[in-house]
Design a protein around this ligand. Structure first.
Ligand SMILES: Cc1cc2nc3c(=O)[nH]c(=O)nc-3n(C[C@H](O)[C@H](O)[C@H](O)COP(=O)(O)OP(=O)(O)OC[C@H]3O[C@@H](n4cnc5c(N)ncnc54)[C@H](O)[C@@H]3O)c2cc1C
Ligand code: FES
Length: 254
């Protein structure tokens, strides 16, 4: 049963100039899988503006989101304060497939796309699966202390100097990493260009890729057909059939 109602905001904290985390109350019995998303509204500022946001991390009482401000909806979320109420619908869609047979998973994130990988790393860790994270940023890195607590190894990349372990992109050393080690899967989330390269490099190394697709969404529940994408199995709705797709199913070219 999906939750559909209001919850209280517990925290809004900026991580960079235009990216912030928002923590809200988790209703009882709400089922959440990493990679799933919620449709969220700031009921006070804009009761009609619904926006899809992925789950970042969660525990029994709280859900955390990592959000980048790109327009009115996300800016409205950044203005929320403790004890304000937001409208949540979810958790929606199909998240990452956490296979019991995995022994070693590489998680590759870019920008705000590092956030949905947090929940995945948390769950893989609980299952005793080794996780390494490649986290890419265009300037300052964020949440690294938290990632270091939940993953076995974390390597950071930044386009700016003196901000991370490497200057550049996670894909710069991905081929080396995959060719010298025996990964069962690569999970990725971030800009389409990053996921496309990750998918190509993983494919060349015969490693399965799971990625989180993003499309503009109006309903979030499969009703409006606004989020369709082309796959090898025909057109699919990102909100209902995804947002997790296997790399060999989707075309990331456009
Ligand atoms: C399943 C899913 C999960 C998401 N998870 C997160 C998350 O965890 N954190 C986060 O910060 N963002 C996430 N997003 C993206 C987020 O939904 C959009 O940034 C948000 O809807 C923009 O709303 P806005 O009103 O602020 O901007 P708008 O005014 O609607 O748009 C501002 C600009 O962003 C572009 N844009 C808006 N939405 C998208 C999109 N989905 N894909 C590509 N470009 C877009 C527009 O074309 C425009 O140029 C997710 C999207 C999807 C579909
Ligand atoms: S957002 Fe309406 S069908 Fe996917």
């Amino acid at each position: 049963m999906k939750f559909y109602g209001k919850v209280k905001v517990k925290k809004v904290e900026f991580m960079t100039e235009d990216a912030f985390k928002m923590v809200v109350d988790r209703p009882n019995d709400m089922v959440i899988e990493p990679g799933q998303f919620f449709m969220i509204k700031n009921v006070e500022l804009h009761p009609l503006l619904n926006r899809p946001i992925s789950v970042s991390s969660y525990n029994e009482t709280e859900i955390e989101f990592g959000i980048k401000i790109v327009g009115t909806g996300t800016e409205n979320f950044s203005k929320l304060r403790v004890d304000d109420e937001i409208f949540l619908m979810g958790a929606l869609g199909n998240g990452f497939d956490l296979k019991k047979e995995y022994k070693k998973v590489l998680l590759v994130g870019g920008g705000i796309g590092v956030e949905p990988l947090k929940g995945a790393a948390m769950e893989l860790n609980k299952m005793g699966i080794f996780t390494k994270m490649f986290l890419g940023f265009n300037n300052e890195c964020f949440d690294i202390d938290i990632f270091k607590k939940i993953a076995n190894e974390v390597i950071t990349f930044s386009e700016a100097e003196n901000k991370a372990d490497f200057i550049g992109y996670p894909t710069d050393i991905l081929n080396d990493e995959l060719s010298k080690s025996d990964y069962d899967a690569v999970f990725t989330c971030g800009p389409k260009i990053l996921m496309k390269k990750v998918n190509e490099i993983s494919k060349a190394n015969n490693v399965e890729t799971q990625l989180l697709l993003e499309e503009r969404m109006a309903c979030g529940i499969g009703a409006c057909l606004g989020c369709t994408c082309e796959t090898v199995n025909g057109y699919k709705k990102v909100c209902e059939d995804g947002p997790m797709f296997y790399g060999n199913e989707v075309n990331l070219n456009e």
